[in-house]
Design a protein around this ligand. Sequence first.
Ligand SMILES: Nc1ncnc2c1ncn2[C@@H]1O[C@H](COP(=O)(O)OP(=O)(O)OP(=O)(O)O)[C@@H](O)[C@H]1O
Ligand SMILES: [Mg+2]
Length: 431
Amino acid sequence: MRILLYTGKGGVGKTSMSAATALRCAELGYRTAVLSVDPAHSLGDSFDRRIGSNLTQLAPNLWGQEIDLLSQMDQYWGRVQGYLNALFSWRGMEGVVAEETAVLPGMEELASLMQITALADSGKYDVIIIDAAPTGSTLQLLSFPDMARWYVEKVFPFQRRAIQLARPVMKRMSDMPMPDEDVFDSIEELVTYLERMSELLGDGEISSVRLVLNPEKMVVKEAQRAYTYLNLYGYSVDSVVCNRVFPQQLSDAYFDGWKVAQSANLELVREAFQPLPIFEVPFFQSEVTGIEMLHVLAENLYGPLAGKGAEGDPTQKYFIGKPQEIARQDGHYVLSIALPLVERDEVHLHRSVFDELVVRIGNWKRNVSLPIGLARLEVSSAKFEGDRLNIYFPVDESAPAPTPEELKPNRWEALKSRLGMDGANGNNHNR
Ligand SMILES: Nc1ncnc2c1ncn2[C@@H]1O[C@H](COP(=O)(O)OP(=O)(O)OP(=O)(O)O)[C@@H](O)[C@H]1O
Ligand SMILES: [Mg+2]
């Protein structure tokens, strides 16, 4: 299965690319779902028909949906409500006004991510295409699982087992409310979801992000920043689509200046994003709406329709990068994070008291939860090498070497064990 996500600045052509790609995939015989998660839906306009908030068949093998965040949130509200209630009562315990947390940031993101996950796990689709909102909101969406993990981890510092033991004693000693079993159940369910989402979207074998841009300076700049942040969060970007390129044969002198500027910017795009492949799409004579124009766009983007796996199959992985990896090198473990196109002095790195590495660039930061095998080691240095931030942990010769398992990225394990979801405490509430 493949999940392909199209993002970029407002108006660059994300919806058109998503629709044309979906159509091509369906025609190749893949069972395809195309999902708009941008509250300002226009997927229906691309197909020139109403789509709406239920999965709607658009062509053979092709279904579309414009997620209605409100109804989606209703549908999942039950699940999330328990979690929120837990949060409120817990916050209440600390004397924080519950109203402040009444609207949890990211609820919309959660609803979209849950729908993507549900479709992916339904087994009904070979390809899921996501027509995402403009860059900022997409980054918000993609950083949500990490943000939520951090939040739950910090808000629920209790082990389920510890609470089970402490509850009777606490009841006798005070009237302080304690999170009860179903609170833990809802949180566990939420964590299970979040983990599944990160697993799907963070796996470059399954999910690829494609950056759509136009050959204009400001648009390119935004795409460059998005590329850095997507790497920071561990998402694989596998290609760039440069849309609305004026054809060279365009002879009207009115466009000469534009053509010159565009070719300079195209050069900039190639330089900035190499080694990612860049797909160029011409500025068409008309808008891209309706199946016929989507075919024209797909031909321009992917070439002629051949077969599955052949040239022209959009499910290919056009580039395989490793946003994050751990290697052993000359007496060190090296945690390496790809951070292309970033100025070194923009990056701030520190180790938090929670044994996380906090990488901050501009307004975005990521809490990189260290694998167990690295968390017990000191950081000896961190440096930029190529476009990667490499963080060095000297091997501790006096201790047993970490197992390969202990060197795997550890986004969820610490949280799960804290919540007693690792099965180690023998409770039977795990689902
Ligand atoms: N190559 C092209 N040639 C001509 N028109 C195009 C081309 N690509 C897109 N368009 C038209 O430009 C408009 C914007 O495209 P589209 O809706 O795909 O962009 P978007 O990035 O999804 O926008 P938004 O940020 O508003 O969601 C649409 O009317 C579309 O038909
Ligand atoms: Mg759009």
